[in-house]
Every structure is written in C-alpha cells, then in structure tokens.
Design a protein around this ligand. Structure first.
Ligand code: SAM
Length: 276
C-alpha cells in the first residue's frame, strides 16, 4: 500500500507554535523532507525527535521529487517541512504536492503557522477579500509590471518582502498605488520584537529613510477604492446623438447607439434629442 505525504507547518518565530499534531506527525513519519536540513535538525532537537532527514529545496526539487514519490509509492510516509511556516506557500512543496497528486498519493496538509494569514489577521486592513502576491521580483521592471497589474485591485493585497528590498518596494508601490495608500507592515511576527506599523506608503518611506528596516516583513496593502461611476446626463446624450448624426447616422440609429453607449433608456435619449 502507498504511504502518504504530510505537509507539516513549523513555527515562524515562536517555538511554542508547533502543534501536538505536527509533533506527532514528525515522530510517526518514516522520513522528513526538509528545505534546509540544518534548520530542521535544530527544531527536531528542540522537540527531542530523531528522524531520517532528506533535503528537498528549490534547486534539487525535480530529481528529489521523483525519488520521494517512489519511496512513498513503496509504502513510506513522508513529512515535508520548510524552514518556517507552511510548506508550499512561497516555499518548496508546490511541485511535490502536484507530483504526489498525479501519482495518486494522498496528501494531507496540517493547518498551522503561516506568515500571510498571521499578518492579514493582525493588519487592521479589510480581511473579507484578499489576494496573496508572494515575493515581488528584485528586477525593477518586473516589479513594476507586477504592481501595475494590481493598480485597480480592490482586494487587500499581501506581499512577502526581505528587509534589504523593502525601501525599493515601497517606492515602487507609492509610484503605482499613490503615496496615500494605507499599508500595514507586519514585522517579526510571533517573535520578541513583533511589531505592526499601520501607516501609508509615504509614512512607511519616511520611517525607513530614518532607520534601515530590520527583520522579516509581510506587507498588507489596502485595495484600491472602487471607481465612482459617472452617470451620463441628458445633455451628454443630446451631444452624442448630434455627433453621430453629423457623422451620417439617421436620427433613429443615432438614438439607438447613444442609448447603448451611455447605458441610458432609449426614451430618455429620444427626449434629450428633441432639444437639439
Ligand atoms: N511558507 C512560509 C509561510 O507561509 O509562512 C513563508 C516562507 S517565505 C520563504 C519567507 C517570508 O515569509 C519572509 O521573507 C517574510 O516575508 C515572511 N515571514 C516569515 N516569517 C515571518 C515572521 N515571523 N514575521 C514576518 N514575516 C515573516
């Protein structure tokens, strides 16, 4: 019988956040696939667990993935962990889950620490609808293109960011979203120096012009305000009918087209056209 793949989230700072179920799964697994075996070894030592570790990370994932799948198909159970937080979320794992699913292997994700959800909950921004955008590119052009595509996004947007790229990212965001867009900078979550700075993009830029950003950050940016719909007036309708008739349309066709274009009832456009 085939084994299983467990996705085991690990603390993003506070070691107390490892759950009983995660601990038990790590103990029961036949082997643990880890992003960095040195980081995971520290956690296992803290938990008093001894277990066979294999490395599974960005640059060996194709070849290691096949090997892990074959071991699971042979009946072993694998627990996948990343350095911190939920595997497969901006971390290795996405490919392995796909490979296992394709091979008919059962995948079980254990809920637990995840920086994106922790940050959203504490951000003070709207949580009803949100989109997770992961890391922005380091290249200015692609970063800009990514942000441009989000210019009119109305949902709350969440980004992961490294401290040394933060100021460049804030500048690009201010250029695209405008300096007054609200942002919550969620820093060092669950750690001793946990901090949430609820400000605007300009406020954040001013702050970090004085002190360099330090630690791990999740950026929670408010979505765009819905655009106010400008309703066409009878005067607009009359002008449009006039233009269309000057272009050669019959009065009837000009009224019909104007009603469609301006999303107005035909009789309103007809009455407006009488004033011409
Ligand atoms: N898979 C992990 C998760 O979903 O929690 C995220 C891994 S990703 C490689 C690392 C990024 O997550 C960091 O650059 C930072 O943006 C965010 N992060 C992780 N731990 C954090 C913490 N304690 N406080 C704030 N952000 C954190």
């Amino acid at each position: 019988m085939a084994g299983m793949l467990y996705l085991v989230p690990t603390p993003i700072g506070n070691l107390g956040d490892i759950s009983q179920r995660c601990r038990q799964t790590l103990e029961d697994a036949d082997f643990i696939a880890a992003e960095d075996t040195r980081v995971t070894l520290k956690l296992l030592n803290h938990l008093g667990i001894k277990k066979s570790l294999v490395s599974y990370f960005e640059h060996n994932k194709t070849q290691k993935g096949d090997w892990i799948v074959s071991r699971i198909l042979a009946g072993e159970t694998c627990a996948l962990v990343s350095d911190a937080g939920s595997p497969a979320i901006s971390d290795p794992g996405e490919e392995l889950v796909k490979q296992c699913a394709d091979a008919g292997i059962t995948v079980c994700a254990i809920p637990g620490p995840c920086a994106v959800i922790t940050a959203l909950s504490i951000s003070g921004q709207a949580t009803g609808r949100f989109c997770f955008e992961g890391f922005l590119s380091t290249a200015k052009k692609s970063r800009r293109e990514h942000l441009e595509a989000l210019k009119d996004e109305q949902r709350t947007m969440i980004f992961y960011e490294a401290p040394h790229k933060l100021t460049a990212t804030l500048e690009s965001m201010a250029e695209v979203f405008g300096p007054e867009r609200p942002i919550s900078l969620c820093r060092e979550l669950t750690k001793l120096h946990e901090e949430v700075i609820r400000t605007t993009l300009q406020g954040a830029m001013d702050l970090y012009a004085q002190q360099p950003p330090k630690g791990e950050f999740v950026l929670v940016v408010a979505g765009a305000q819905p655009k106010e719909e400008v309703l066409a007036t009878p005067d607009d309708a009359a002008q449009r009918v006039k233009t269309l008739m000057e272009q050669g349309l019959s009065r009837k066709d000009a009224i019909k087209q104007t009603a469609q274009e301006l999303d107005l009832p035909k009789n309103v456009v007809y009455d407006a056209a009488l004033t011409l």
